[in-house]
Design a protein around this ligand. Structure first.
Ligand SMILES: Cc1ncc(COP(=O)(O)O)c(C=O)c1O
Length: 515
């Protein structure tokens, strides 16, 4: 069958795009059309074929095309006029930086070719980061197993398992083991300036679970969630999978930076952010921004979700107190504070905490139990002992020292290999830093290149919701032992240098940003 020029263009686009293998068909068609619109190949005002015709021409199912059209319409790329057809909108969002919301496609229209439910399809569509999680070098956010005091941990666990306490074999009905909640509360009060009583702590099995619970308990389908852009993908994909409309909010050097248009738009139900050390840029949210956001949440009745995922790791300067504490000081109780043991101990421990405003404690405890039937009380009790016996603080102190040295070393190696081609801003925190690159360097390609040489970094552009011109590499330094760091760092520097030199007309300097 001969195709119309538009079908030809879309077919080419479908073949050209490097889709994630799990991306469902409707998303591919959506991407192909969106990309043709954004690039101007499908001009404003053009009429799109009917879904039936396009389905025939692309040899696709009609449902797939309908779902793609619906998504394009929800995001403002096309307008549908009943009876007359679907047209490219006159004012289309310009892709990445557009302030469009990522709306969940209506459940009935998400077509997943395989056996997944509509929700399941949505949950898997946006992912694709597993491909970047390759050892051995420099995973952003990867913790250091080498330094984990395994012997002490084993000893504490044996002490707990020797207890003749049958309660430890039961489900956890209390939102966490009491001794652990108390230990976490003491720690957060002193180290993070969180204002809380022990009963406000809920022990969860990972930040992902905390986010899932919060979405279910505080938001309904299509409620708006603000997230940072760029954002920790685990967080926004969890909110998205829970049917929230995601509004990406730009981040600058002072953290999340909502514009006047953001403030004027429909208020969010949830605001997710990493104010102490923005993931992945490393920005620390300024006091003025914190105050303005707290004030906004109070006025609009939004909930702030503060993800304090790596604040144990500040290598210089004063620790930055939590946003929760700042709000509580002003008598505002709109912040839910989240933290995890994934980074400080090890990810597989699957223990984390959610600090709730008092009025949410009972309903959340009930929901936690009904949804997940938590347990593993021996593990919770062991962690409580580990903290109470002082091993936790000793461990953090050791890690902080080791990571600080590795960070300094890697920066020095990179600086040397790049011969001043990078300018530098220093923020002393976290487990990773960001090397910004000029916009014409393809950071996904560079990442793949690094990976083929055993260097695991992540491309900054993949952390954006929608397209972006921002390019860079997110480089973890904590996981790599100092003895391997020099050699790995030199190879990384070499690859970056080659990319900078290979790129034509490269006058722009990479911004070597250690945030
Ligand atoms: C911003 C952020 N929050 C939280 C987490 C950890 O989540 P979890 O507790 O589910 O392991 C990570 C892990 O990479 C992260 O980067």
């Amino acid at each position: 069958m001969r195709r119309t020029p538009l079908a030809e263009l879309l077919q080419n686009e479908l073949e050209r795009q490097d889709f994630h293998p799990r991306l469902p068909g409707y998303k591919r068609v959506y991407e192909a059309i969106r990309s043709a619109i954004v690039s101007g190949r499908l001009p404003q005002g053009s009429k799109l074929p009917s879904s039936r015709d396009l389905a025939q021409e692309l040899d696709a199912s009609r449902n797939m095309i309908v779902a793609a059209y619906d998504q394009l319409q929800a995001e403002g790329y096309v307008d549908s006029h009943t009876g007359s057809g679907t047209y490219v909108a006159d004012a289309v969002p310009d892709g990445f930086n557009a302030k469009t919301m990522l709306r969940p496609a209506p459940l009935a229209q998400v077509q997943e070719e395989a056996v997944l439910s509509k929700r399941g399809g949505r949950l898997t569509v946006e992912q694709g980061f597993a491909a970047y999680e390759v050892q051995p070098f420099a995973l952003a956010g990867q913790m250091d197993l080498l330094n984990f005091p395994i012997k002490t941990w084993q000893r504490v666990q044996s002490q707990v398992w020797r207890r003749e306490d049958v309660g430890l074999y039961d489900y956890d009905t209390q939102g966490g083991y009491a001794q652990l909640k108390r230990a976490v509360a003491d720690y957060l009060r002193v180290s993070r300036g969180v204002t809380l009583a022990a009963e406000q702590v809920l022990i969860t099995s990972g930040t992902q679970q905390s986010l899932d619970l919060v979405s279910r308990m505080l938001a309904d389908q299509n409620d708006v969630a603000w997230v940072e852009n760029p954002c920790y993908w685990g967080a926004w994909s969890s909110l998205y999978a829970n049917d929230l409309s995601i509004r990406p909010i730009d981040v600058d050097e002072d953290g999340m930076n909502p514009s006047a248009a953001d403030f004027a738009s429909a208020p969010p139900k949830l605001i997710y952010l990493t104010p102490s050390h923005q993931y992945p840029t490393g920005a620390v949210m300024s006091l003025a921004r914190r105050q303005s956001l707290i004030d906004y949440a109070q006025r609009t009745d939004a909930w702030i979700l503060e993800d304090d995922y790596d604040s144990e790791f500040r290598y210089a300067g004063k620790p930055i107190a939590s946003l929760q504490g700042l709000a509580a000081e002003a008598g505002i109780h709109k912040v839910l504070y989240m933290g995890t043991f994934s980074k400080v101990l090890y990810p597989g421990i699957k223990l984390s905490y959610l600090v709730l405003p008092k009025q949410l404690v009972t309903p959340f405890k009930t929901a936690l139990y009904d949804l997940y039937r938590p347990g593993q009380l021996h593990l919770q009790a062991s962690l409580a002992e580990f903290i109470d016996q002082g091993h936790f603080t000793t461990h953090i102190r050791r890690l902080r020292q080791a990571y600080s040295q590795r960070r300094t070393l890697l920066l020095a190696v990179l600086e040397k290999s790049l011969h001043g081609q990078l300018s530098k801003i220093v923020v002393d925190a976290g487990l990773h830093f960001l090397i910004r690159l000029p916009a014409h360097i393809d950071d996904v390609e560079l990442t793949a290149h690094c990976q083929s040489q055993g260097l695991s970094v992540r491309p900054l552009s993949r952390y954006y919701i929608g397209s972006t011109q921002a390019r860079g590499l997110v480089v973890g330094f904590a996981y790599v032992d100092a003895k391997d760091l020099v050699e790995s760092g030199q190879r990384l520097g070499h690859l970056i240098k080659a990319a900078l030199e290979a790129a034509p007309h490269s006058t722009e300097k990479a911004l070597y940003e250690t945030r």
